[in-house]
Design a protein around this ligand. Structure first.
Ligand SMILES: [Zn+2]
Length: 452
């Protein structure tokens, strides 16, 4: 299966013969997996993040592991073919921009109506995704590019733009409960709201806006649904490729660069300009690495304390784009409860799936991934307290006076209080449950008191 271990960007530097071998292998693999011998997905991409099964211990005998387990692990982690299959089954031909033709006019009308309010904070991205038949990211990006006049400004080819956005959307894994194309669309919508903040909007150039939206749309592309520590301990090829540092973020960026080059979206621009855009996209996407949170928070605080942010400077605007993208990426707890709760449950579901996989293969279960020990409310309270609140407090300071920031902080505090209540209820339920399982009168009295 080594032929499937292809980094999109790496393909650019491959020798021709290696490329051909890979394409033949990928095509054969696709045909085997679908039975659609006549459907050619020569552009099929994806990292195929395979686990090295040799290091995954199993309680069962080696022989039993080979067939069933290997297949199951591959099914869990080799997503792209299933993603493409599911889209085919739903009547969507991959990379065909005209897939909206399948939609009823009523749905398109409602989607268009929603787009007229795309700058509002209670925008329901789940509903929008349903109304666009799973094309929320492409539809949203095309709309925002039109709003800002980016197509005209950068003289973009519409066919190439659709092709690029279609590839990005396709390369998100629809099987991931959280890191899927709807999350990307949600982050893009939030980014749009932040780009409109008066403190920022007045200073941003068309290039800043273009990069901000592109980075938001592609920031998690081809996410495998497992964390970096998981990739490292299973000796995933991406971990060694990126030397165990910002593994996922580097992959998201390099995949994006590969898609930009494959689509030719920027091919009409001078080489130094398109290279600079690729580098800036990398700097933005790499900033979403949550392990670098403190580094960015400290710099942001220092700027605010010293009041030395000069948005006339391209470097300072770039820094603020990094901060805006980081905020957009973790803004779920700042949304209205009904939307926020859905994201919280989805991200925990993704954590638990990783935990189940780790348990199954007798690997150490990663923090927050143990469904028996880590409840959704507890995970959310920790996430809000240590990650979200500190960043949004500084964002509030930067954007002041901002109605949006105040609204977000109100939601954040309400949601945290709600999770605290749910945690209390959860803890009470657990206690009642454990008491019910404890020995009867001969061992313990009421409320856990020892009987002398
Ligand atoms: Zn993200």
């Amino acid at each position: 299966m080594s032929c499937l271990m292809v980094e999109r960007c790496g393909a650019v530097t491959f020798k021709r013969s290696e490329q051909n071998a890979i394409q033949v292998c990928m095509l054969a693999d696709y045909r085997l997996s679908t039975g659609h011998a006549g459907v050619l997905l020569a552009e099929r991409r994806g990292s195929y993040p395979l686990i090295d099964l040799r290091i995954l211990k199993s309680g069962t005998q080696q022989g039993e592991v080979e067939s069933g387990t290997r297949r199951k692990v591959k099914r869990l982690l080799s997503f792209q073919r299933y993603c493409n299959n599911s889209r085919l089954l739903r009547g969507l031909v991959p990379h065909t921009p005209g897939s909206l033709h399948f939609l009823d006019d009523d749905y398109l009308g409602q989607a268009a109506h929603m787009l007229s309010k795309v700058g509002t904070w209670n925008f329901d991205i789940f509903l929008f995704d349903r109304l666009t038949n799973g094309n929320s990211l492409v539809t949203l990006m095309c709309h925002l590019f039109n709003v800002y006049g980016l197509i005209h400004h950068f003289q973009l080819d519409m066919v190439k733009l659709h092709r690029f956005l279609g590839m990005v959307q396709e390369d998100y894994h629809s099987q991931n409960p959280y890191h899927n194309a709807v999350h990307a669309a949600d982050v893009t919508q939030a980014m749009y709201c932040y780009l409109r903040e008066p403190k920022l909007a007045e200073q941003l150039s068309p290039l800043d806006v273009f990069l901000g939206l592109m980075a938001a749309a592609a920031h998690d592309v081809d996410h495998p649904g497992v964390s970096q520590p998981f990739l490292i301990k299973t000796r995933h090829h991406l971990a060694s490729l990126y030397q165990n540092t910002s593994v996922l973020e580097s992959h998201h960026w390099r995949s994006t660069v590969g898609m930009l080059r494959e689509s030719g979206l920027l091919s009409h621009l001078p080489a130094d300009m398109s290279q600079d855009m690729e580098q800036q996209l990398g700097s933005l996407i790499l900033a979403t690495d949550i392990s670098r949170q403190n580094e960015f928070l400290i710099t942001f605080r220092d700027h605010l304390e010293n009041q030395d942010l000069d948005l006339q400077l391209a470097s300072h605007r770039h820094f603020m784009l990094q901060i805006a993208l980081k905020c957009a990426d973790i803004c779920n707890p700042c949304r209205v409860w009904e939307l926020s709760r859905q994201w919280s449950e989805r991200v925990c579901e993704e954590f638990y799936r990783q935990g189940d996989l780790e348990r199954k293969f007798e690997l150490e279960i990663s923090p927050l991934c143990n469904q028996q020990a880590d409840s959704v409310p507890a995970i959310q309270i920790g996430f809000i307290s240590y990650i979200v609140e500190p960043l949004f407090e500084e964002w509030l300071r930067f954007t002041e006076p901002s109605l949006l920031s105040q609204t977000m902080m109100t939601h954040l505090h309400k949601n945290k209080a709600r999770w605290s209540l749910l945690q209390y209820t959860h803890a009470s339920d657990q206690q009642t449950h454990s008491q019910a399982e404890e020995p009867g009168p001969e061992g313990r009295g009421r409320e856990g008191e020892e009987i002398p």
